[in-house]
Design a protein around this ligand. Sequence first.
Ligand code: ATR
Length: 274
Amino acid sequence: MKYGIIGYPVEHSLSPVMHEAGFRELGIDAQYHRIPLHPTELAEGLAFLLELGYSGINVTYPLKEAVLPFLDKVNPQASEIGAVNTIKVVDGGLQGYNTDGDGFVQALKEQGYDFTGRKVVILGAGGSAKSIAASLAHLPIKEILILNRTEEKARILVELVHSLGGQASGEAFISGDWLKKVDLLIQTTSVGMRGESYPLSLQGINPSAWVIDLIYHPPLTKFLAEAESLGCRTMNGLDMLIWQGALAWKIWLDREAPVAQMRRALLDNYIKRG
Ligand code: ATR
């Protein structure tokens, strides 16, 4: 069996490391490839992958939204957010799913986090924020506050959450009273990937809040380090990566993924990359 990830660029994707470790662990005869595909070559590229007999495809930047018109079927969760990260080939047709938001939720549940009645703050309103907000909208959390540099984009996300039956509001990207009340703080922007300081101070944050940064390279951003120094429990984005992949296994293979081995393989790779 053949699986792969399409995107542009994809050279740095860690998905092959994780999935191939999973296949090895369970003795599944399958390979997983990085497949660079420019947005302008999407139609031909997908047709070619079908011809080559691929069984499943992950989709990453910048194709998650662009891929939709080329699919034969899109499940409700992926169409809610208008983005697909997992494709399953069924009888020569392409079926689209999105496991990003649920992958985030699973990563926290694995750590014993209970979402019931929580006050959640999401920093950023891009693609990752959207998939997480949509998954959270289906949970019995109290409210979601979305803070974004461009307020208009936060408002669009707020409307999405409302349309899914959740409680949300949106504001500009600034510190405020929310810091004292937040239970779960989720950093979804790219700020911190290059070691830069975060534009918001966390001084005054509720010390029992859980703070998540979706960045996993570097493993400890300045944002997470500040949260840690203020007594908060922290987590980077590696577990979300693992769980979105594990949920793809469910779709592709109808099997539980060997999460522990997949995590081990990613951590080993991390150490190698330094
Ligand atoms: P992804 O798909 O990874 O979520 P994206 O869709 O490009 O990425 O979204 C990037 C997010 O990071 C946006 O919310 C962006 O804010 P704007 O909507 O105002 O552009 C946010 N972002 C990027 N650089 C930022 C910075 N220097 N300060 C604050 N927010 C930033």
